[in-house]
Design a protein around this ligand. Sequence first.
Ligand code: NAP
Length: 461
Amino acid sequence: MTLTTLRVAIVGAGPAGIYAGNLLAQAVKAGDAIGAVEIDLFESLPAPYGLIRYGVAPDHPRIKGIVTSLHEMLDAFPETGSARRTIRFIGNVEVGRDIALDELRERYHGVILATGALRDAALEIPGIDLPGSYGAADFVAWYDGHPDVPRTWPLDASAVAVIGNGNVALDVARVLAKHAVDLRTTEVPDNVLAGLESSAVTDVHVFGRRGPADIKFTPIELRELGEVPDVDIVLYDEDFDGIDPAAASNNQLKVMLRTLSSWRGRPSTGVSRRLHLHFWHAPVEITGEGRVEGIRFARTAPDADGTPVPTGEVRQYDVQAVYRAIGYYGTRVEGADFDERRGIVPNDEGRVLGQPGLYATGWIKRGPVGLIGHTKSDALQTIGHLVADAQSGALADPAVETDVLDLLDERETAYTTWDGWLALDAHERALGENHVHVRERVKVVARDEQVEISRPGVLTR
Ligand code: NAP
């Protein structure tokens, strides 16, 4: 059976959604059982790129650079010379609020959820809700200029605790410890720069609940900590008993343990800020009267199996702010089943269980682990199943033939488009060129302003 045109909606225009769209377009081009494909890529924000625009730290331009290839994928036209781009970007539309998932499912052969994981995982310890206790995801969203978080961030703490030993903990600790002057040529928004300039921080303490050989960092991200100007790295010898880099279980870890070893015993250089890396500290309580004044940890040690267990010793640190960077939690879509415990959409290799025609890819499929590149192999698996289902006739024809944009227009939803993004992108780059510290771009932060630049007049129709 030959399907003339396969129509697919993707929910989420981060790397997972864009890779999925691109791989689907390529698979249809290569196969002979599907004539053509039309992909609509829905995004709740006015601009594309999800975690790259709003999750990668501004001083990581190498990772932000992935945008260049994602841009090419979205900009592509089909070889048939159709006036419609292969992937049509439809921004500022929240599936589950502006349009129901079922309304998408009746308009497309397949719908792929690529909504990622935007919120912080919960840490259930006393004091977690005290003022001064923050989730890393919120802080990251603030310093990356996300439109839906407040424009100001309290940075009055001199001593700060960061819980977690993953790359997000490193991002948060580095941005907190770095002097604002060292960020001013990045795309960090001006309000963030002003906030960081006023920061009272002198000591950032990062706490892992396990040992140096259990870190979830990656080597480049760890090494760069040692290169932050005017910041000393402080390690504690007691955390390294029995740690031998040569005995590390893999090369990445060996490299990182060597990096840590090279920092041990470094004399203090009298700088104004310090970044402490503590291990064997499991958080038990955030303390304070009315706001964060300290944090308490159970000292841990490995048992016979290597599992960290409390030693009975409790340590207290005086800090005025706590950031938990203990992992993200999946973003559910109204209308799709959700596994509360794992924070994912229950699926079998990307096929959503019990909901034929619905697929998942990226962090909402497998949980919030892995680097951006991993979402590509993940998408390959999901797209493989979608194409196989299309070829076998398992996907129902859309019940509604009309263009989804007609429905959005009818509802006066101020959706943004790919041409709108090109306009916003050009605007942000021009702001960057004219900035007092020339930068690649200056992000427009406010949602309405982004929409207005993308589609002038659409908000006041
Ligand atoms: P992650 O790598 O999974 O690290 C989470 C950390 O939190 C782990 O050290 C974990 O310890 C700890 N943790 C979890 N629950 C805890 C608890 N109850 N108490 C204390 N500690 C707890 O997650 P992530 O840092 O959010 O990063 C997510 C993904 O994005 C990762 O794949 C990461 O590499 C990637 N990422 C990459 C970059 C980059 O390349 N520059 C930047 C940011 C993020 P255990 O190991 O003991 O569970």
